[in-house]
Design a protein around this ligand. Structure first.
Ligand SMILES: *[C@@H]1O[C@H](CO)[C@@H](O)[C@H](O)[C@H]1NC(C)=O
Ligand SMILES: *[C@@H]1O[C@H](CO)[C@@H](O)[C@H](O)[C@H]1NC(C)=O
Ligand SMILES: [Zn+2]
Ligand SMILES: [Zn+2]
Length: 448
């Protein structure tokens, strides 16, 4: 960073000092690292913390499934109205996109997903889900709250944000591909970078974890109907048994990962659904099986999809059955792998290190789970990370999608401060850097 850039940064930084909200706790003008620290102190203030806890509990009590987040969306808009933050609505049906700052570049987006899961909450507490069979068991209620918390901090500093922070409240993450729909609605036009948080019940509170490059797998679903000829279970010679054929199909599918895949290229094929028959003495006409497949690279993913179809149809025919295979019913797109941008990883490590201490910024192995944040990170530089919630003195924290899943509300200020700091310092740094000259030295060394 050149001297003049440092001067302009220092100037912008001093402007932060003059705002009422940051006057106490006081900032010492020691440079950028103070901004995240200051933001965490703001987010931990009782008036901000209690407000966030209230929002989170309200959303938790009224969980809504993908693309049905009408009340959640209404609550988000009411809070944005209250703060005087302009927004676009509806985006992708129930989504909301807010804007803080100048309305001009650079644009940086921070994202929260809004939807709940179709499952019954088993945690007995005052703010248990009031909707039978629906539950926020993935922490998306906390994600929305953290983004609103960040919005509050950012809005109080809006006059010194020399760019625009885009608040992305996204519907339908849990298998609905809401991110894709938001993209199709142009949410990321002109946006330079996007950040996303997921809470993690298995990591300690006050820590974050992520990695550069592939973080989460690409994912798809398959379903197959294997049809034979039903009949009396005691007279198998007059039937074509789809139960046995389906069983062999499932065993053959196991060979894809164990025998055909490169052991160093992680992949999963799981059959999670098997439906057929209903009586002890009847061979059914057909069996339906279904499952998921995961991979990190596009080529591997496409190859796996093709082999799944071949193995099912050909193995079924060995036993005189017919099979039809469909992928991602109702035409949902496959989730790509979530790949973190390497420059944003450096930015994240610096900012998170300033807030949490560098020893609490952990590098993790990739996971075979998937996230539709991947759609965003596929088209612009994106960065997704996990925020720890585990606090052993508060009992066991069950994993995501468990009916006993609990959010540790003490994590809310960390999420709010991380969102706000990642966006603010991204804009400050972008503003302080002159545009790279056209045709970098790298290009000159590698003429195409
Ligand atoms: C499989 O499909 C062929 C061609 O449509 C049909 O002739 C045959 O009866 C089917 N077999 C079964 C077991 O459904
Ligand atoms: C963990 O929980 C205890 C008991 O509620 C609390 O005193 C402590 O501050 C918590 N730790 C963190 C890092 O939040
Ligand atoms: Zn989930
Ligand atoms: Zn989730």
């Amino acid at each position: 960073m050149g001297f003049s850039q440092w001067l302009s940064l220092t100037f912008i930084f001093h402007a932060f000092l003059s705002l009422p909200i940051s006057s106490e706790p006081s900032l010492s003008p020691e440079g950028l690292p103070q901004i995240p620290v200051n933001f965490l102190e703001l987010a931990k203030r009782p008036e901000v913390f209690d407000w966030m806890v209230g929002i989170r509990r309200k959303i938790h009590e009224n969980p809504e499934l993908g693309f049905q987040e009408f009340e959640t969306s209404k609550l988000i808009r009411a809070e944005l109205d209250q703060m005087g933050i302009p927004y676009k609505y509806p985006v992708a049906e129930t989504g909301v996109v807010g804007y803080i700052g100048t309305g001009s570049p650079p644009f940086v987006a921070i994202r929260a997903d809004m939807d709940a899961l179709a499952m019954q909450e088993s945690v007995e507490w005052e703010h248990k889900s009031k909707v039978p069979g629906k539950m926020h068991a993935c922490g998306h209620d906390a994600h929305v709250t953290m983004l609103l918390g960040a919005a509050k901090i950012l809005q109080d500093h809006r006059h010194v944000i020399q760019g625009t922070v885009v608040l992305v409240f996204q519907p339908g993450e849990e298998g609905h591909g809401g991110a894709k729909k938001m993209l199709d609605d142009g949410v990321l036009e002109n946006v330079d970078a996007i950040f996303g948080i997921h809470v993690s019940a298995s990591r300690p509170i006050g820590t974050v974890a992520s990695r550069p490059g592939p973080l989460l797998a690409g994912s798809g679903f398959f379903e197959a109907v294997i049809s034979g000829k039903g009949g009396h279970a005691a007279i198998p010679q007059h039937t074509i048994d789809p139960i046995l054929a389906a069983s062999n199909v499932i065993v053959s599918l196991q060979h894809l990962v164990s025998r055909e895949a490169d052991p160093l290229d992680s992949q999963v094929v799981t059959v999670a659904k098997f439906q057929g028959g209903g009586a002890f003495n009847v061979i059914p006409d057909s069996v339906t099986i279904g499952g998921t497949f995961r991979a990190f690279s596009k080529e591997t993913f496409i190859h796996l999809k093709q082999r799944i179809e071949e193995v099912i149809t050909k193995q079924a025919s060995v036993q005189r059955c017919n099979a039809t295979v469909t992928f991602n019913d109702n035409g949902q797109p496959f989730f790509p792998a979530t790949v973190n941008n390497k420059d944003l990883h450096v930015h994240f490590q610096k900012v998170a290190g300033d807030i949490l201490g560098t020893q609490n910024v952990l590098e993790m192995q990739p996971l075979m789970g998937s996230e539709d944040f991947a759609f965003f990170a596929e088209v612009i530089p994106g960065y997704f990370f996990f925020l720890g919630m585990k606090n052993e003195t508060q009992g066991r924290f069950e994993s995501e999608h468990s009916p006993y899943f609990r959010v540790n509300e003490d994590a809310l200020p960390y999420g709010a401060a991380l969102h706000a700091s990642l966006a603010t310092t991204y804009i400050l740094e972008k503003q302080s850097k002159p545009n790279p000259p056209k045709g970098s030295s790298h290009d000159e060394l590698n003429p195409s």
